[in-house]
Design a protein around this ligand. Structure first.
Ligand code: C5P
Length: 229
């Protein structure tokens, strides 16, 4: 079973994807972490994150591993180094949105993500990002697209940063979020759009539990329809 969740930053994708994966015994795939890992490697090696040729060379050299943790989370290892907090900084967040525009980087990450859909040792995956339902898993039986008011998304992201002990200004957080989403929505390769067969959920006024319950019911129906339940 493949469940995809796409949507802009701060719409609640990661929180919900992790809970659904834990509830159904599926594997959680955080594809943003892959773009972040590539961007982090570019920053530490002084690679120009806007240069298609330089980024293509970097991808050819990089060794990227996806690890699943005991608590149902996912971690990325680059050239033997486990990345956690390093890929959640504002610099890496900005650089990730830059490298994500490049078709070379997207093409390199595509089979890495799709390999999860081929695995027969797991009962399902919940994959979240920007192009999971449109490009990575276009045949996924259960697709969702999250949206939420920009002010609410900025508030959530700001709260997350503050909780993580990072100094953050709400207006700046909103500005960064708008810039990133604008780039994601307007890029030529795999822009952030709703797949025609995705179910849209506006999470602005919904609790996490309400979203998880609704999605679990829909996934159960899709499993039955696909003969998986
Ligand atoms: O989801 P997250 O904020 O961690 O993603 C970081 C960046 O990676 C996003 O701003 C987006 O530009 C890019 N991304 C993408 N396609 C995905 C996942 C993330 O372009 N499937």
């Amino acid at each position: 079973m493949i469940v995809t969740i796409d949507g802009p930053a701060g719409a609640g994708k990661s929180t919900v994807a992790k809970l659904i994966a834990a509830k159904l015994g599926y594997i959680y795939l955080d594809t943003g972490a892959l773009y972040r890992a590539v961007a982090w490697k570019a920053l530490v090696t002084g690679t120009d994150t806007t240069s298609p040729a330089a980024m293509e060379r970097l991808c050819e050299r990089i060794r990227l591993n996806i690890l699943h943790t005991q608590d149902g989370g996912m971690a990325v290892e680059v050239d033997g180094l486990l990345l956690n907090a390093q890929i959640r900084t504002p610099e890496v967040t900005r650089a990730a949105a830059q490298v994500a525009v490049l078709p070379q980087v997207r093409a390199w990450l595509l089979p890495i993500q799709q390999a999860f859909g081929q695995r027969r040792d797991i009962s399902g995956i919940v994959a979240e990002g920007r192009d999971l339902g449109t490009k990575v898993f276009p045949n996924a039986p259960a697709k969702f697209f999250f949206k939420a008011d920009a002010a609410e998304r900025a508030r959530r992201r700001h709260e997350e940063l503050v909780t993580a002990g990072k100094a953050a200004d709400l207006a700046q957080t909103r500005q960064d979020l708008d810039a990133r989403d604008g780039r994601d929505r307007t890029r030529e390769t795999a822009p952030l759009v709703t797949a025609p067969d995705a179910i849209e959920i506006d999470t602005t006024k919904l609790s996490v539990d309400q979203v998880v319950d609704h999605m679990t019911r829909v996934i159960g129906e899709k499993e039955k329809a696909a003969g998986l339940a």
